[in-house]
Design a protein around this ligand. Structure first.
Ligand SMILES: Cc1cc2nc3c(=O)[nH]c(=O)nc-3n(C[C@H](O)[C@H](O)[C@H](O)COP(=O)(O)OP(=O)(O)OC[C@H]3O[C@@H](n4cnc5c(N)ncnc54)[C@H](O)[C@@H]3O)c2cc1C
Length: 408
């Protein structure tokens, strides 16, 4: 690489400054590589997320970044587990393995993790384009309306569900997958009998694909999710009515709401996007999302793998794609196992005991839960994921892993 005026040269450039990015950066900075993370927002930035960290994510944060300071938590500061709700008022509380986990304030927790990684962050700097030149990658970013140029030996896309890195690498990709919108509404509480120690999730197809509630800093979050373009106002209204009628939950009108778009589904059908050439993709940008949209632990772990793969490629002058794709297969197994019916029936892929909780229900309720889950899944039929999930599950049983041939 020859230096050019006005172009910042680095070993590795990361797009995004969130959890996947912090984990990747930690590996690179620790190994002595000059690494810059671009973040489109000023830090600390807001992030729409329930913030319930899984036990595995909790362990990762402590091991990599140290004990969690109080200011990175919301009230209640911990979450004991998840309660699944079904029509007919059947409820299944499930505690997380090894006790309660932290309730993260994503604005502060992500900033804390990024700072602890010691990566150099360029804030308010949005990656807009990249060109892989074989020996290096030229990156175009924009800050305060001005172009900013970088030249990196390698690039890591850790820029979340609507990744610009993925768009640059695969121009038609955005149109090839279904998109979903989730919206959370914050309400002051008049009366709420839901147990505040749990994250509550409803298997109720008429309310939407993703309906949840939990307490945060004295307010109640009511969230709804469906296909992008759906009328979420209507779903939110229906959910509030349903919660009041069946649970006696009374809330004041919404005083804040936020919506985000999501690339849900890729981990279910083993369709991850890991990049090409000198550019790899990680975290939710690559499709990692665990059961009930728990994405922080797999963002952290996949991010760390991306960082390690980049270090390995730089140290050994090895092909980045081969190194990353071989190393990431363990995280793919972990994540896709969570959606694999064979694993759910015959193993225990989650960090809360679904089968144990189900077996404790009386016989009639058990049958109702299974029936309600099938009813809940029925509308998803149009995405043709069912057969793919089953086929991938069978291959997983036969070969011990998920086929890399389905990855982009
Ligand atoms: C409503 C909701 C609730 C959720 N609840 C939970 C939960 O309770 N527990 C859980 O584990 N997960 C939850 N998730 C999922 C979780 O938030 C994500 O999976 C996780 O944050 C993914 O991390 P990431 O680092 O891959 O990407 P992100 O956290 O999305 O970070 C991407 C970063 O890149 C930046 N960026 C984007 N584009 C560019 C660009 N072009 N240039 C520069 N920077 C850019 C963004 O600003 C952002 O800072 C929830 C998600 C939603 C939507």
């Amino acid at each position: 690489m020859t230096a050019q005026a006005g172009i910042r040269e680095v070993d590795v450039l990361i797009s995004g400054a969130s959890l996947a990015s912090a984990a990747a950066a930690k590996r690179l900075v620790d190994a002595g590589y000059e690494t810059v993370a671009l973040e489109r927002h000023a830090l600390p930035r807001h992030k729409t997320c329930s913030g319930i960290l899984s036990p595995r994510g909790h362990k990762f944060l402590i091991e990599n970044f140290g004990p969690l300071p109080g200011e990175i938590l919301h009230e209640p500061t911990s979450c004991q587990g998840v309660t699944f709700h079904f029509r007919g008022m059947v409820q299944m509380p499930m505690d997380f393995d090894h006790g309660p986990t932290p309730h993260l304030n994503r604005m502060n927790s992500d900033y804390w993790a990024v700072k602890r990684s010691k990566v150099e962050v360029h804030e308010r700097t949005r990656l807009v384009g990249l060109e892989d030149k074989d020996t290096h990658v030229d990156v175009l970013a924009r800050r305060d309306g001005e172009d900013v140029r970088y030249r990196a030996r390698l690039v890591i896309g850790a820029d979340g569900p609507n990744s610009q890195v993925v768009r640059c690498l695969y121009p038609g990709y955005r149109q090839s997958i279904p998109w979903f919108t989730v919206r959370q509404h914050l309400h002051e509480i008049i009366e709420c009998p839901l147990d505040p120690r749990y994250f509550h999730f409803w298997f109720h197809p008429e309310l939407g694909y993703y309906t949840w509630s939990h307490e945060r800093n004295g307010r109640q979050i009511v969230g709804v999710g469906h296909e992008a373009g759906d009328d979420l106002d209507q779903r939110h209204r229906m959910t509030l009515e349903y919660l009041e009628e069946h649970y006696g939950i009374k809330l004041k009108p919404t005083d804040e709401r936020e919506a985000v778009i999501n690339n849900f589904g890729l981990s279910l059908v083993n369709r991850y996007v890991f990049g090409k050439g000198n550019v790899i993709v990680t975290g939710q940008a690559s499709g990692f999302l665990n059961m009930i949209a728990e994405g922080m632990s797999c963002a952290l772990h996949s991010g760390a793998v991306a960082g390690e793969a980049a270090v390995e490629a730089l140290v050994r002058n090895a092909d980045l794609q081969s190194v990353y794709r071989s190393m990431i297969s363990s995280e793919v197994r972990r994540c896709s196992d969570q959606w694999n019916p064979l694993k759910i029936i015959f193993a225990r892929p989650h960090e809360a005991d679904f089968r144990g909780a189900l077996s404790e229900l009386p016989g009639r309720q058990k049958r109702k839960v299974i029936l309600e889950i099938m009813r809940f899944l029925y509308p998803w039929g149009k995405y043709n994921w069912g057969r793919q999930i089953l086929w991938q599950g069978l291959l997983r049983a036969l070969r011990g892993g998920y086929s890399p041939s389905r990855w982009l």
